[in-house]
Design a binder for this molecule. Sequence first.
Ligand code: 6YU
Length: 499
Amino acid sequence: PHIAARVVVVGAGLAGLSAASTLVKAGFQHIQVLEAMGRPGGRIYTTRPFGQNVIELGANWIHGQEANPLFLLAQERGLLLEERGSASIMCLPGSVTPRDYFFRESGRQLTVDEVEQVCSFFSGLTSRAFGSELEPRHSSQSLGGYLDEEFAQSPLAASEDGQRVFEWCKRSECTDEASSSLYEVSASQLGHYVALEGGFFNSLGPGGYQALADTLLDNLQPGAVLCDRPVHSIHWGLQEEKNHTHPVRVLCKGGQCFTADHVIVTVPLGFLKENAAAMFEPALPKSKADAIERLGFGTVDKIYLRFEDRFWPHDCAGIQLVWDAGPEDEEVYQHSRSEGGAWRDMWYKKICGFDTVARHPTVLCGWITGREAQHMESLEEKMVGEVCVRLLRSFTGWSVPEPAQVLMSKWGSELFVRGSYTYPPPGVDAVREHTALAAPLPLPCEAGHSQAKPLQVLFAGEATHVSFYTTTHGAYMTGIREAQRLIDLYTEKEPDSYN
Ligand code: 6YU
């Protein structure tokens, strides 16, 4: 069918591109994607700063295989890495191997046994949270509070090394949760996140994540995606009797104006937190404004260091930093909260460690999260590189050369993103808030009052998925979900459930 309705999609990340491509395939003739940045992809950001092999500044992996449509798409297009052994693996408590070298601040290397025992105990605890197997007394606790309480009862807590490795586990888990601290994440709400079966770290081939975004772009007409078009405001509920031919008008910063029957908004939650109040006319309903405020959106950054030569042993997959008193140590955390900005001077203590990088034999990738990551973004790359080298030298005692190149992501300062991904803070009903964020406007109760046209403003994006938030497949599925609402509207099909 040829469907003449005009649809504007705001944002050309995975959600926006999957929405646009699904609509085009269903016969929609007038699709315009407006992207604020100079490139499509959003939080997929594949670059080549160190030669021809890719470096991912945003998403790296496809999480899970079974029932993961993005994994299937990548497989169908031959975009997956063929040799699984050559993928980059991020060192998380659940994926520690003997090839991960853990060092104490004193320069002493910890034994594999010591590290593995604590990490596997830690992963058991987080699995219970993700599996909704927490006891009722943990239901209002933060993830950090729950973990501390359980760890205190374990014999592993008797050893000082055990305590310090446990702190590393919490710091490292912050990269999964994109949070400043696990004391700011709800323990019980994590149970709503669904981890798909199959490898957690499925890697893409030589074209990286951008190759996957390109398969969606290929379905669109030339000119369907306009970059450098930041949307300034969205005016909806416009009525024909007042001479409006379409119910929605989308205004870009440069003054360009697009009229539409429907707009699909896929901007990140971080952008909404900062701009939603001024962006919509009429203003968003309270349920949506509350969801934007209540859900958390934190920063995860990567620091890439390229050296002329490799200085670490061949069997070493990464170097992990175990502090005597790091920022996820509860006392340090509470103290730094009461002391205001004291954590700024020690931002580098939030770096979990440095992992090796696939296809880049002389590159290390450091991980840092939260307010400390945001602070790092304000520093010069050269200075960040110097701090990293100082840490590597003092923890390992190895002779570490100056890096030839330093490159870091800046997701917290990126005006059109303002962070990395979504997490549920303590006390928040995550399912309710993700659902409220996803609800199209006008809401059914409002539509009943007037003769308002349906589905004027729709919402997609990672943060609008109840169980796959934080992920690329979640973002991808929400784009299809919103496109499907419109397809059903024009093909008069009984709508399915849109979850
Ligand atoms: C994944 C991974 N991965 C690392 C890092 C980051 C993220 N994720 P987009 O932002 O893409 O698009 C919106 C567009 O809108 C954007 O282009 C804007 O410029 C534009 N825009 C904004 N304002 C506008 C305006 N006014 N006008 C016009 N346009 C405007 N996900 O699956 N695997 O390895 C990682 C990682 C550093 C930053 C990730 C990963 C998250 C994904 O990147 C992200 O969800 C999607 O790309 C978002 O797509 P989108 O379309 O919604 O928005 C709790 C718990 C769970 C347990 N954890 C599970 C694993 C969590 C992930 N873990 C690892 C993360 C890594 C390493």
